[in-house]
Design a protein around this ligand. Structure first.
Ligand code: GRF
Length: 197
């Protein structure tokens, strides 16, 4: 079944753009039907609009209550069958979570569960990795469940942490890998090569 994808973003949206490119190039059997952001200032919003993708803002301000109910309603009306978090900095809640159980994917920029959990977002993750003195980091793609970064892992790719890496240089190296890995895994899901339980 061809994927009808909603991408949730809070920031730059570079993974969202990588996914869009892969859809356009046929690497993913599917297309991005809409982008949702919980932050009206997210840089990725403009990039999505420039691409002609409809963007919906679901911030705490404009939906003080039942935000994930309305989001789920929207996705159902657009016949969305797959949700991809791409730099989304919030826990996804019910009923969206239950309505799309097992069909929500996230990418985290470090190994899990060691470098995940509440507050582990952005440069904070890479700071923790460097502080731990581990020699290997790298992005983890996982199914989203009710907790932070705790669902089943579908893919992980190691990225070496070098002696002189800063959180910024490490973030950039990991992001470059994400831009290849995320579309690859969504592509495999779209062709049934990775099964969703
Ligand atoms: C990525 O590093 C991703 O792993 C994390 O947030 C970052 C999003 O970057 N969840 P972008 O907004 O896709 O550029």
């Amino acid at each position: 079944m061809s994927l009808r994808i909603a991408v949730l973003i809070s920031g730059k949206g570079s993974n969202m753009l990588a996914l869009k490119e892969a859809c356009d190039a046929g690497g993913i059997d599917g297309r991005i039907i809409c982008v949702v952001s919980n932050r009206s200032t997210a840089k990725g919003i403009e990039a999505a609009r420039d691409n002609g993708t409809p963007v919906f803002i679901f911030s705490r301000n404009n939906y003080p209550k039942k935000r994930y109910f309305y989001m789920s309603q929207l996705f159902n009306s657009l016949k969305i069958n797959f949700v991809v978090l791409a730099g989304y900095d919030e826990l996804v809640k019910c009923p969206l979570l239950s309505d799309f159980k097992g069909r929500i994917l996230n990418i985290h920029p470090a190994p899990l569960p060691q470098f995940g959990g509440k507050g582990m977002y952005g440069l904070e993750v890479h700071r923790a990795v460097i502080k731990s003195k581990t020699k290997i980091s790298g992005p983890t793609i996982h199914i989203v469940d009710e907790d932070y970064d705790s669902g089943r892992t579908l893919a992980y790719e190691p990225v070496p942490v070098l002696k002189d890496d800063t959180p910024e240089t490490l973030a950039q190296k990991v992001l470059t890998v994400e831009h290849r890995l995320y579309p690859e895994i969504v592509g495999k899901i779209s062709r049934g090569e990775i099964g969703l339980r």
